[in-house]
Design a protein around this ligand. Structure first.
Ligand code: HEC
Length: 478
């Protein structure tokens, strides 16, 4: 059942945003680009091939492009906050910058531009090489710029409040995927506007995705949100029973107001941050986040997961942000059907035509381990092509939510075309099957198994308003 009709989706999505949803079965998850936390570091614009390059010149490059992740509590496997750290890893740093493996930025920066783009210039790459080959000297320590100050516990900044898993979720080391439903009760001092939520995975290597809904309890409808199961295996059936056990319903047994898709996580994800008034949620004093669901990839040992959600307050949302997904679970059909034959590299296509003018804010390409490349563009009614995103080498680990510098305006009648190429051969180092076997989307939500495939293009947008093309999306709603 597919509909290539954004007007209908606008309607559907506005319903989702504004009314209680009795059927909790909703999917779609979203990824984001990270934003630079330390925008003010200067990089030498003119770099000479200087034999005397020292850490004085290298530090600003590392502080801008590496330490957002290579610091305590973040995803990078080692820290790069000091000269000692950098010196110790100098050869590796040279290697990963030469190969452009780091900093991770899968989108083709020659095709389209996004906020927080993280790519080193050729000069910077060269400078690092010279520095390493000269023995990675420190130089005059008093001239080394001070490392950025980060808040440990968030990729972004210090949150206004943190909601923790009430009980750690047990992940069995039996080598299979696990799906859980988790409830995080929220008791705020008062009704509050929240700009964004940041899910911080505790078992980073296992967290495959989360898709969380916001539940707002109307005053007087819920006496106690703390009781009930805080997590349960998602068995994909009889949610009514599960929600009763989790004590999610209103005291009179009716459903509370639910806003789907308010909290997301995928590997590499951080939430998109829009200017004040764009997006965000009103969160009632008594509320909860329902992670429905949280998907952990296979583990070989038993572990406990104690993830948490950082909550960032903001101003009153003036313009709600809508999301649509094309392809798997989306409004548009994949052609041909997503069946990946063993030992083949195959390309699939999906397209959707806009019925209204929209202002495209962010896009998120999504595939699993067999993904090879991804390409999306829009054809305007005038015949003009608007480049949206191109990923020449898909990497499952980096699934950003890419935000444009300025909204991309798509006029009614524009068609978004998306092409995804999948590599189901033995040459694909991430292929989970040796020998390769036939891979499909699976059935319904089970298609979220890591070893099954998805081909999805998720985009967030505003219904177009005059002047949107000038909106600066790099302005943060902080
Ligand atoms: C967005 C987060 C992020 C940024 C930015 C980033 N890294 Fe990484 N880095 C990672 C993660 C996560 C890994 C481990 C997973 C992997 O290898 O892909 C990693 C792996 C590495 C490795 C390989 C470690 C090994 O032994 O295999 C090196 C070296 C490295 N990073 C250096 C850098 C340098 C240098 C920069 C900046 C120019 C940088 N990284 C920027 C997150 C990041």
């Amino acid at each position: 059942m597919y509909k290539s009709n954004v007007r209908e989706m606008l309607f559907v999505f506005s319903c989702l945003k504004l009314t209680p949803i009795p059927a909790f079965i909703y999917f779609g998850f979203i990824v984001s680009l990270f934003s630079s936390c330390n925008g003010d570091i200067k990089i030498p614009s003119q770099t000479t091939k200087n034999e005397n390059t020292t850490f004085v010149e290298i530090a600003p490059i590392i502080f801008k492009n590496c330490t957002p992740c290579h610091r305590q509590g973040e995803s990078g496997p080692f820290e790069l906050m000091t000269y000692r750290d950098a010196k110790k890893n100098a050869n590796k740093i040279k290697f990963v910058t030469q190969t452009k493996y780091m900093p991770p930025w899968p989108a083709d920066a020659e095709y389209s531009h996004f906020v927080g783009e993280r790519a080193l210039s050729q000069e910077e790459i060269e400078l690092i090489k010279i520095w390493v080959e000269n023995g990675a000297p420190e130089g005059d320590a008093s001239n080394i710029p001070t490392a950025p100050v980060y808040y440990t516990g968030s990729f972004l900044r210090k949150p206004d409040t943190v909601i923790k898993f009430k009980n750690p979720v047990p992940i069995k080391g039996n080598g299979t995927d696990h799906f859980y439903v988790v409830k995080l009760p929220m008791q705020l001092p008062k009704d509050t506007f929240v700009s964004y939520f940041e899910f911080v995975p505790n078992q980073r290597k296992l967290a495959h995705h989360i898709n969380g809904h916001l539940i707002n309890y109307t005053a007087g409808n819920k006496k106690d949100i703390q009781h009930g199961l805080t997590y349960a295996l998602d068995a994909f059936k009889d949610y009514k029973e599960l929600y009763a056990q989790m004590n999610i319903l209103n005291d009179d047994g009716t459903f509370p107001v639910l806003t789907p898709n308010t909290v997301y996580y995928l590997p590499g994800y951080t939430p998109p941050i829009y200017p004040a008034g764009v997006g965000g949620h009103k969160v009632n004093k008594t509320s909860a986040i329902l992670l429905k669901n949280i998907h952990y990839g296979p583990s070989s040992i038993d572990v406990l997961d104690s993830s948490y959600i950082n909550v960032f307050y903001g101003s009153k949302p003036k313009r709600p942000v809508f999301e649509t997904q094309m392809g798997t679970f989306g409004i548009s059909k994949i052609e041909p059907e997503l069946i990946l034959h063993p030992n083949k590299v195959e390309t699939f296509h999906t397209q959707a035509t806009m019925n209204n003018d929209i202002s495209l804010l962010s896009v998120n390409p999504h595939m699993h381990l067999l993904g090879k490349s991804f390409w999306a563009f829009a054809l305007q009614p005038s015949g003009d092509t608007i480049p949206l995103i191109k990923i020449n080498k898909w990497d499952f680990k980096w699934q950003y939510y890419y935000t444009y510098q300025h909204p991309v305006i798509l006029k009614a009648g524009s068609t978004i075309h998306v092409y995804g190429t999948f590599d189901n051969t033995d040459k694909n180092p991430f292929n989970p099957n040796h020998p390769p076997k036939i891979v499909t989307q699976g059935e319904g939500v089970k298609s979220m198994q890591t070893t099954e495939e998805m081909f999805q293009f998720i985009f967030s947008y505003l219904p177009y308003q005059k002047g949107d093309e000038k909106m600066d999306l790099s302005k943060k709603n902080n």
